[in-house]
Design a protein around this ligand. Structure first.
Ligand code: GLU
Ligand code: MG
Length: 450
C-alpha cells in the first residue's frame, strides 16, 4: 500500500537556515531515528556537515531493519531478507537540539529511488493524519509515559521507602526530576505533569497534546532524554511493559481529541456526556477495533502480564466516563480539564511502536466516523464485575492471531507492516515463550530503553 503525502523536502535555503541554527547551538552530531516493529528505536548518526545528505539522499539501512527483534535477532520474511537496501532520511524540519553536542531528528524509510517504503511506521501515521486533515478534522494526541527507575536489578527505592503518588517519592528523586524536566523543556517538549506512580520506583510524565505525528516524535525524544538523565544520576529507566514480574506494569496511555471546524467532537453534543454524533462514532470505532489491534498496541511477550484486570491497564474492550479499568476512558470537558474532552486509550504499552500505536487508534476513530459506527452502552462499573464485558486478547498468541485475521489492521497499516509486526512478535514467542516470568522480565527489562 503506497504511503501518500511523503515527508516534505526542505528547499536549499530552508536547509541552510536549519543547519546554521544547529551549528550555532553547538551541534556536532545528528542522530536520525526510526522505531522498529518491536518498538525499539534505532538510529544512524552523521557529523553535522552531512545532515543535508541525511535529509535528501538518506543513509543506508538494510531491509532487515524492519524485522529486527527486541533481542536483536532478525525475523526474516519472504519479502525482507539479506538482499536490498533502504534509505533512512532524517526529517530535519522536526530536528531538535538535545545538548552535549547532539541533535536528534525522526527519520523515515525510503527506497534508493526516493519512493517511501510501505514498511515505514512514521510514514503510515503521516498518511493517516493527512487523510484526517483533508476530511476537515483536527486531531490532537497526548501521551503519558510511565517508567521505572532502577539500579538494574531492583527499583531505585525499596518498597519500604516508596509511597505511591507520594510527595516523599518525588522529593527523594527530586534532582532527577528537575534535570529531566529541564532537558525535556529545552528540547521543546511540553511537560504537563510529573508524578510518582503506583509501582515502586515508577514515575509518569505527561506530554502536551500535539498533532499525532509530532506527539509520537516527542515520545521517542522524551524516552531518549529520560534514559540519558537517569544515567546521569547513576540509574536506568525501564520502559518495559512489565519491568519486574511481580510489580505493576508500565502503560503508554494515549489521549485523542478531535475537532471539526473548530468544534470539538467529544463535547458540546447531544449524546451521553456531551458527545456529538461523530464523537460517538469515533469512540465506537475504537472500542470495536481494539481487540484486533492489541497485537499492535501491546503485542510483546511481556505485554499480556500487564494487560490484566485490576491493574488499571484497560484490559476490557469497553468505554466509560472516567472508568480506569475500561480500555477507553472518556475524559469530559469540565473546568477541571483545560484541554477539553478526550478519549484515553489505556491498553497500549511502551513496547509498541508509538507511530503505529497512534496510527491504529486514529485510524479506528476515523473508520468509526466513516461508518457511522454505533456506540455500545457505557460501562459504568468495574468491567471485571460485568459479565457482558469483553476482555481484550489475554495472551500474546491470541493478540497476534486477532491481528493476523484483521482486515481493518491491514487497511490501516498495510500488508507489509502487519506481516513484519507478526514476524517480529512471533519470534519473541518462539524464542522466549518457555521462560518463567521473573527471567523474562529481567531479560527484556531494558529492551525499550534508549
Ligand atoms: N500502570 C498502569 C498501566 O499499566 C496505569 C496506571 C494509571 O492509571 O495511571 O497502564
Ligand atoms: Mg499512570
Amino acid at each position: 500500500m503506497p504511503i501518500a503525502d511523503p515527508m516534505p523536502v526542505l528547499t536549499d535555503a530552508e536547509l541552510a537556515t536549519r543547519l546554521e541554527r544547529l551549528t550555532e547551538s553547538g551541534v556536532r552530531l545528528l542522530a536520525g531515528s526510526v522505531v522498529d516493529m518491536a518498538g525499539v528505536a534505532r538510529a544512524k548518526t552523521v557529523p553535522l556537515r552531512r545532515a543535508g545528505v541525511f535529509h535528501t539522499a538518506g543513509m543506508g539501512a538494510s531491509p532487515t531493519w524492519n524485522v529486527f527483534c527486541a533481542d536483536n535477532a532478525i525475523a526474516f520474511t519472504d519479502r525482507l531478507g539479506v538482499v536490498g537496501d533502504l534509505r533512512l532520511r532524517a526529517d530535519l524540519a522536526a530536528a531538535r537540539v538535545i545538548g552535549e553536542g547532539w541533535a536528534w531528528a525522526p527519520a523515515e524509510f525510503f527506497d534508493q529511488y526516493g519512493e517511501p517504503s510501505p514498511n515505514c511506521a512514521r510514514g503510515r501515521l503521516r498518511s493517516l493524519q493527512a487523510g484526517a486533515e483533508a476530511s476537515g478534522l483536527t486531531v490532537r494526541a497526548g501521551h503519558e509515559l510511565e517508567f521505572v527507575l532502577t539500579d538494574g536489578e531492583d527499583p531505585a527505592l525499596s518498597d519500604r521507602h516508596w509511597q505511591a503518588y507520594g510527595l516523599g517519592s518525588v522529593l527523594r528523586e527530586g534532582g532527577f526530576l528537575v534535570d529531566l524536566s529541564r532537558a525535556l523543556e529545552e528540547a521543546g517538549l511540553g511537560v504537563e505533569q510529573l508524578h510518582a506512580e503506583y509501582g515502586t520506583g515508577q514515575f509518569e510524565l505527561s506530554l502536551a497534546p500535539r498533532d499525532p505525528l509530532r506527539a509520537a516524535d516527542e515520545v521517542v525524544l522524551a524516552r531518549l532524554l529520560t534514559g540519558r538523565v537517569a544515567r546521569d544520576h547513576g540509574l536506568l529507566a525501564s520502559f518495559s511493559p512489565l519491568p519486574f514480574h511481580d510489580g505493576p506494569g508500565n502503560g503508554a496511555h494515549l489521549h485523542l481529541s478531535l475537532e471539526r471546524g473548530g468544534r470539538p467532537l467529544l463535547s458540546g453534543g447531544d449524546g451521553p456526556h456531551g458527545l456529538t454524533a461523530e464523537g460517538r462514532a469515533a469512540i465506537a470505532g475504537i472500542v470495536e477495533g481494539l481487540p484486533e489491534v492489541t497485537g499492535v498496541l501491546s503485542g510483546s511477550l511481556l505485554s499480556a502480564g500487564r494487560l490484566a484486570p485490576g491493574r488499571w491497564s484497560g484490559a476490557f474492550a469497553c468505554w466509560g466516563l472516567e472508568n480506569r479499568e475500561a480500555a477507553v476512558r472518556l475524559v469530559a470537558a469540565t473546568p477541571g480539564s483545560p484541554h477539553g474532552a478526550s478519549v484515553e486509550v489505556k491498553s497500549g504499552d511502551p513496547s509498541a511502536n508509538p507511530y503505529l500505536a497512534s496510527a491504529v487508534v486514529l485510524g479506528l476513530a476515523l473508520d468509526g466516523i466513516a461508518r457511522d459506527a454505533v456506540l455500545p452502552p457505557e460501562t459504568t462499573v468495574d468491567p471485571a464485575d460485568d459479565p457482558a464485558a469483553r476482555r481484550l486478547p489475554a495472551g500474546q498468541t491470541e493478540a497476534l492471531d486477532a491481528l493476523e485475521a484483521s482486515a481493518t489492521a491491514r487497511a490501516l497499516l498495510g500488508e507489509d507492516i502487519v506481516a513484519a509486526l507478526l514476524a517480529v512478535r512471533r519470534h519473541e514467542a518462539e524464542a522466549y515463550g518457555d521462560l518463567g516470568p521473573a527471567v523474562l522480565a529481567e531479560r527484556f527489562r531494558f529492551a525499550w530503553s534508549s
